[in-house]
Design a protein around this ligand. Structure first.
Ligand code: FAD
Ligand code: NAI
Length: 468
């Protein structure tokens, strides 16, 4: 049979890869997408964003019913956990979504090649499935193979007692004591899920703070809120070994700066210390695609690797490991290949932790501005003084805006509070248009909305707030 020839072959069907493939096909390029996991959607849909958000939502409703409804005068009777239904709903959400992408591929005429993609040089890719290989050719190849769990020496993942995020989304019952290694996004989201469902949760973090890349002031406030919810933190601590015995796991830990070791025993340990770029099996060395010192595929401003005609996007290259970042890069590279001017503005990429309250940020933190010597103004407004938050009985947290002291241009926003992940897009959009604090302060904000907290924080910078 003649070798299939494409304009574009994308390797990896995650948010970077599948979005890129659809966009390329929409722009008239003959496109295929190679995926090895047997389902489209990548980490995000199958074992990441979507199942974690499904469990966050279900566990949030459970916790609300158990603890919060009474204050609204709603008597729910005895609240019980139907664990099987909760986990089953999550699985159904995932299954529906992955099938939805197959439909979008058919609709947009993207060829779905099931199997492991391997570069064999000369613009050719071998796709291996069930022991059989098929070679296809492409004018342009896009590597979108994503990332995988970062292993921790001495703590071997078995996905039952010592789990990665994948195993933590599939636990067979609520553990009595979950120990989370790593106080980052995964640890706090999944730690919250299991805490709400009744587990004791201890987070062991190497640094002396959680969510280390977020604004420090907001990070401190966030830790206080999570502590109130029952999460326990052991900061400045490193785990050196794990031992399994009698259905339990005992971790050996010591202070990050050195000192006496101690032990901590739990039923399940979640290893969430970051993710590593995934290039296994691609045979990049065969064709000369170069990696940087962190194992990421090196690309130029046009996402081209060290080999002309081979591009890379998403978690496998530099930048935040976020689904929307991978998607934007996928669109940009497809546009460039179609002769358009694709562009990604990383300055306005939001970062959201979907606990409750949510934590969201965009742009620079106060620490980053300080160390860059930028003169800035700060506007803060607590949800305690926001009428909608009060009406909703959801008053934890605050909005913090940072604007250039000379030009008033917005430089960053950090929101801890209800719907922070939705609210942050107001500032993300304002920043996209080069907006100032005064622009936000003068813009209509419907009353009563949570967004008014953003307007008030902008008013702190632009003139004076009304409601504090
Ligand atoms: P991936 O989604 O990792 O997709 C890569 C795909 O390539 C995979 O399906 C893989 O099977 C396939 N592949 C790899 N090698 C080959 C090969 N040689 N041949 C064929 N196929 C191959 N981000 C957010 O923005 N919001 C969130 O809420 C969020 N939640 C998350 C929760 C968890 C638990 C985790 C783990 C991650 C979460 N992320 C979230 C991060 C997000 O999942 C990633 O940033 C995103 O999936 C990256 O997209 P990608 O397309 O670059 O790679
Ligand atoms: P992370 O980088 O967010 O956090 C890892 C944490 O582990 C850091 O605080 C780090 O200091 C700590 N750590 C590192 N080594 C350690 C050690 N040996 N012992 C103790 N602590 C240690 O990584 P995480 O949470 O694994 O998430 C991976 C990626 O997935 C993130 O980059 C994130 O972008 C993405 N993600 C995004 C989500 C979202 O957007 N809501 C949700 C989940 C994941």
């Amino acid at each position: 049979m003649a070798e299939q020839a494409f304009d574009v072959v994308v390797i990896g069907g995650g948010p970077g890869g599948y979005v890129c493939a659809i966009k390329a096909a929409q722009l008239g390029l003959k496109t295929a997408c190679v995926e090895k996991r047997g389902a489209l959607g990548g980490t995000c849909l199958n074992v990441g964003c979507i199942p974690s958000k499904a469990l966050l939502q279900s566990s949030h409703l459970y916790a609300m019913a158990a603890h919060d409804l009474a204050q609204h005068g709603v008597k729910a009777g005895k609240v019980e956990l139907d664990f099987k239904t909760m986990m089953g709903r999550k699985d159904k959400v995932v299954a529906d979504f992955t099938k939805g992408i197959e439909f979008l591929f058919r609709k947009n005429k993207v060829t779905y090649l099931k199997g492991l993609g391997r570069l064999v040089g000369d613009g050719k890719i071998e796709v291996v499935a069930n022991g059989k290989g098929e070679t296809v050719s492409a004018k342009h190849i896009i590597i979108a193979t994503g990332s995988d769990v970062m292993p921790l020496r001495g703590v071997e993942i078995d996905e039952k007692q010592i789990v990665s995020s994948t195993g933590a989304l599939e636990l067979e019952k609520v553990p009595e004591h979950l120990i989370v290694i790593g106080g980052g996004v995964i640890g706090l989201e999944l730690g919250s899920v299991w805490r709400r469902l009744g587990a004791k949760v201890t987070v062991v973090e190497f640094l002396d703070r959680i969510v280390a890349t977020m604004d420090a002031e907001i990070g401190t406030a966030y830790q206080k809120v999570l502590t109130k919810q029952g999460l326990e933190f052991k900061l400045g601590t490193k785990v050196t070994a794990a031992k399994k015995a009698n259905g339990k796991v005992t971790l050996t830990m010591e202070p990050a700066n050195g000192g006496a070791s101690e032990e901590l025993t739990g039923d399940v340990v979640l290893v969430s210390i970051g993710r590593r770029p995934y290039v296994d099996g691609l045979a990049l060395e065969m064709v000369g695609v170069k990696l940087d010192n962190k194992g990421r595929v090196m690309v130029d401003d046009h996402f081209q690797t060290s080999v002309p005609g081979i591009y890379a996007i998403g978690d496998v290259i530099h930048g935040p490991m976020l689904a929307h970042k991978a998607e934007e890069e996928g669109v940009a590279v497809a546009e460039m290949l179609a002769g358009q001017s694709g562009h990604v503005n990383y300055e306005t990429c939001p970062n959201i932790v979907y606990t409750w309250p949510e934590l969201a940020s965009v742009g620079k933190t106060e620490e980053e501005l300080k160390s860059a010597g930028v003169q800035y103004k700060v506007g803060k407004f607590p949800f305690l003084a926001n009428s909608r938050a009060k009406a909703n009985a959801d008053m934890e947290g605050m909005v913090k805006l940072l604007a250039d002291a000379n030009t008033d241009r917005l430089l960053g926003a950090h929101v801890l509070g209800p719907e922070a992940g939705t609210l942050i897009h107001e500032i993300s959009m304002a920043m996209e248009f080069g907006g100032s604090a005064e622009d936000v302060a003068r813009a209509f904000h419907g009353h009563p909305t949570l967004n008014e907290a953003i307007k008030e924080a902008a008013l702190v910078i632009a003139s004076k707030p009304i409601h504090v």
